[in-house]
Design a protein around this ligand. Structure first.
Ligand SMILES: Cc1cc2nc3c(=O)[nH]c(=O)nc-3n(C[C@H](O)[C@H](O)[C@H](O)COP(=O)(O)OP(=O)(O)OC[C@H]3O[C@@H](n4cnc5c(N)ncnc54)[C@H](O)[C@@H]3O)c2cc1C
Length: 420
């Protein structure tokens, strides 16, 4: 057994959600230790994670409140509009925005003037930029990060949890947070079961340079093979999430550049001029996974360790960031009241706060994917009528925009942009 290191919270996983929680609890005076097999400098390389994420404006407010504003703002592309179509080729919505199935416009949810443009629908940020911003803030705050190191075993005692790392070191704290993604060791150690299924689809992710400006518009085309999203990035670029059945996704990853570009042109069209893929392509197998519980004595689950969902609505990370804000607030309040932060009594407050939203969003994304990723003409007619109705009803559209932006419900302080 190695030396015991003590902390208030041991966070297994220093990814986007784990690092955010680390900063949040530290801002409330708690001492976290972050553990991750990936050193921070490897996590920020362009080859580590080619994804860009749609960050809801409330999630972005939290990052600003935690001191990441200056490092992220230059790389954050405002999303001004989202156009959604069903089955029609790419570009159809751009040529005829009124004919889009669903049209969300930031101008509708904010009292905007030219001087005060108000909140956008969200921001697109490359994950490597968010990781770099978080790594910088974590270092600046002087948090202890053990990386490379991985959690191998977790035992839950009456007063403390004991974490054994793969290299034999042992850490103890009143609370362990499982933020290690889908294969959470801490979750398994607590015997928490997961339910889920594979979609038989993969998300092919690539960054493209555009000849014409995207003007902050995000496009989502629901095609029978799966959704195809063109998401605006800074520097006249876009991030593509191109969903295909798994075998075709793998073929696209391996395709020669000319072949990939030929497929891309057919899918994308020419409404944004010449489009050129830059950098590596990434392929992510898509599945859904929900943990049966969010907490157990001395354990809380966060992010993909608790709920991994289909990316079609860009909500997975946002759910995890909401988890981080809620958990940090529950822990900060418990410390002020002199409570044991690892007790089930305290952790149940976090579970009650987050359970419904996590399950509702996960199932909604699953349902949307089933409804749209098929050729069934009856479903197609039904979804067309439903979406057209939502599009015509201003209040329904505004509800969806506020919900996706994370502006509704009982928001944790950090998501309102306030300190803990
Ligand atoms: C194609 C695609 C596009 C997406 N787009 C969006 C989007 O636009 N918006 C959005 O909100 N979400 C999006 N998502 C979802 C989002 O990427 C995930 O929800 C998010 O990355 C989850 O973050 P996490 O920190 O919980 O887990 P992860 O990112 O999986 O991080 C887990 C961390 O734990 C570490 N770890 C693993 N094992 C151990 C161990 N034993 N001990 C210690 N550490 C360990 C890993 O190294 C890693 O750093 C998308 C997903 C996909 C696949």
């Amino acid at each position: 057994m190695g030396d015991a290191l003590d902390a208030d919270v041991i966070i297994a996983g220093a990814g986007l959600t784990g690092a955010t929680l680390g900063l949040a609890v530290a801002s409330a005076g708690l001492k976290p230790i972050l553990v991750d097999p990936q050193p921070f400098d490897a996590q920020v390389a362009p080859t580590f994670d080619g994804r860009a994420s749609a960050i809801a404006f409330s999630s972005f407010r939290q990052w600003r409140a935690l001191g990441l504003g200056a490092s992220l703002e230059p790389h954050a592309q405002r999303i001004e509009q989202i156009l959604v179509t069903d089955g029609r080729g790419a570009g159809a919505a751009a040529r005829d925005p009124g004919g889009a199935f669903l049209r969300f416009d930031a101008a509708e949810i904010a009292g905007r003037t030219p001087e005060e443009p108000g909140e956008p629908l969200g921001y697109m940020i490359e994950n490597r930029r968010s990781r770099a911003g978080l790594a910088e803030a974590v270092t600046r705050a002087g948090l202890t990060v053990l990386a490379p190191a991985s959690v191998a075993k977790v035992e839950f005692g009456r007063a403390l949890a004991e974490v054994t790392l793969a290299d034999g070191r042992v850490l103890r704290a009143p609370l362990v947070v499982g933020a290690e993604g889908r294969g959470s060791v801490a979750r398994d150690a607590a015997g928490i079961e997961v339910q889920g299924w594979s979609y038989g689809q993969s998300g092919v992710v690539a960054t493209v340079h555009l000849e014409h400006d995207h003007q902050g518009v995000a496009y989502e085309y629901f095609l029978p093979s799966g959704p195809f999203a063109i998401l605006p990035l800074t520097e006249q670029r876009a991030s593509l999430v191109w969903t295909e059945p798994t075998r075709r996704g793998e073929a696209l990853r391996g395709a020669r550049d000319e072949v990939f570009h030929a497929h891309l042109r057919r899918r994308f069209g020419d409404f944004l001029g010449h489009v050129e893929a830059r950098g590596p392509r990434f392929v992510y197998p898509l599945s859904m996974q929900l943990a049966a519980q969010l907490v157990a004595p001395r354990l809380a689950l966060l992010g993909d360790a608790a709920h991994a969902i289909h990316p079609l609505a860009g909500q997975g990370l946002n759910l995890g960031l909401k988890d981080a804000a809620a958990l940090a607030e529950v822990l900060a309040d418990a410390v002020r009241l002199g409570e044991d932060i690892g007790s089930l009594q305290v952790l149940e407050r976090y579970a009650r706060w987050r359970r419904l939203d996590n399950v509702a969003v996960s199932l909604a994304c699953d349902g949307f994917n089933r409804l749209f990723s098929n050729h069934n003409p009856i479903l197609r007619a039904g979804r067309g009528a439903g979406m057209a109705l939502v599009n015509r009803l201003g209040p329904a559209r505004r509800f969806f925009m506020q919900e996706a932006g994370g502006a509704l419900g009982d928001l944790p302080r950090l998501l309102r942009g306030e300190a803990l």
